[in-house]
Design a protein around this ligand. Structure first.
Ligand SMILES: [Zn+2]
Length: 108
């Protein structure tokens, strides 16, 4: 089965500084075609790590190295991989569950 899940969020391009929305497909989880937003619990093992990926800016086409912070299994932040390399994941805090989903709801 060629299924996957998708991280969704926004990121400020390191080159042109425009904020773009990304949709990053991942096969690291249950592959149930779920969408993962900031504040969602994505890792059933409650682990701590950065999920790194490359994403081409839709405006200037430069490639950004992006890291999603997973803290106790929760998607808690989106930062550059360069910043992630000097960040201790254990110092990040958990946030309100469903943070981004609630904002999406309120904006409707
Ligand atoms: Zn750009």
């Amino acid at each position: 089965m060629g299924l996957f899940d998708t991280f969704r969020g926004s990121y400020k391009c390191d080159s042109c500084k425009e904020i773009f929305d990304f949709q990053e497909q991942t096969k690291d989880y249950e592959n149930l075609l779920k969408d993962f937003y900031l504040g969602d619990y994505v890792d059933k093992g409650h682990r701590n790590y950065f999920y790194d990926f490359e994403y081409e800016c839709p405006k200037c086409k430069s490639v950004n190295n992006i890291s999603i912070a997973i803290r106790r299994g929760q998607f808690v932040d989106v930062i550059s991989t360069e910043t992630a390399e000097t960040t201790n994941i254990l110092e990040l805090y958990n946030i309100k569950e469903g943070h981004q989903r609630n904002q999406n709801y309120e904006n409707k």
